[in-house]
Design a protein around this ligand. Structure first.
Ligand code: E4P
Length: 217
């Protein structure tokens, strides 16, 4: 499973890249707005940190304006992906953009039928928002399972990005389902390393070695 970082913060992306775990980045207007920097500047820096896809979202909600913004964003870097919202005008724009060979990540997906619409119109990626569904008392990961089944039934190549991941369990469940990608905040990625028995085991190994007086080399 690929790991994307869900952030507008380039320092976080650098840290994950240094771990060797950064397969791509997703941004959204809210994440970018928090950074108090230019949108294009952030996206370009992200694109230089990872050779993987970096999603940059359009702000328009009408198809022709979405297409114009997508054309602009697409010129920024080789690995930039245009993020379009899952609304009728977004799906209409997707039809044109995918026909032009522009890779799109269709965002704000909350139902399996929405995901089917995106796949039918050639989305490169679909982003089901699992955490936001959990927030309203609906099982977000069940949506991922349903999308996975539908895409397998028909051989769609649209990659599933498990988005709005809030916990390590979301990442584990995504991997068990066989989702292509999970995009997660830095705080979630950091937690994937943790296990108290690892820390306890390492402390006792180091203490025993210290007492022994042994040396490496
Ligand atoms: C996905 O691409 C979105 O940026 C993101 O995962 C939204 O997550 P949130 O629900 O934590 O804002």
């Amino acid at each position: 499973m690929k790991f994307f970082l869900d952030t507008g913060n380039v320092e976080e992306a650098r840290k994950v890249a240094a771990w060797g775990l950064l397969d791509g980045v997703t941004t959204n207007p809210s994440l970018v707005a928090k950074e108090k920097r230019g949108f294009k500047e952030i996206v370009l820096e992200m694109c230089s940190i990872t050779p993987g896809p970096v999603s940059a979202e359009v702000i328009a909600v009408e198809a022709s304006a979405i297409i114009d913004q997508a054309h602009e964003i697409r010129t920024w870097a080789e690995n930039v992906i245009v993020k379009v919202p899952l609304i009728p005008e977004g799906i209409k724009a997707l039809h044109v953009l995918s026909g032009e060979g522009i890779k799109c990540n269709v965002t704000l997906c909350f139902s399996p039928l929405q995901a089917l619409l995106a796949a039918k119109n050639g989305a490169a990626y679909i982003s089901p928002f699992v955490g936001r569904l959990d927030d309203v008392g609906t099982d977000g990961m069940q949506l991922v399972e349903e999308i996975h089944t539908i895409y397998q039934n028909y051989g769609y190549t649209t990659e599933i990005i498990v988005a709005s991941a809030r916990t390590s369990m979301h990442v584990l469940q995504a991997a068990m389902i066989g989702a292509d990608i999970t995009t997660m905040p830095f705080a979630v990625m950091e937690k994937l390393f943790n296990h108290p028995l690892t820390d306890k085991g390492l402390s006792s190994f180091l203490a025993d070695w210290e007492k022994s007086g042994l040396k490496i080399g």
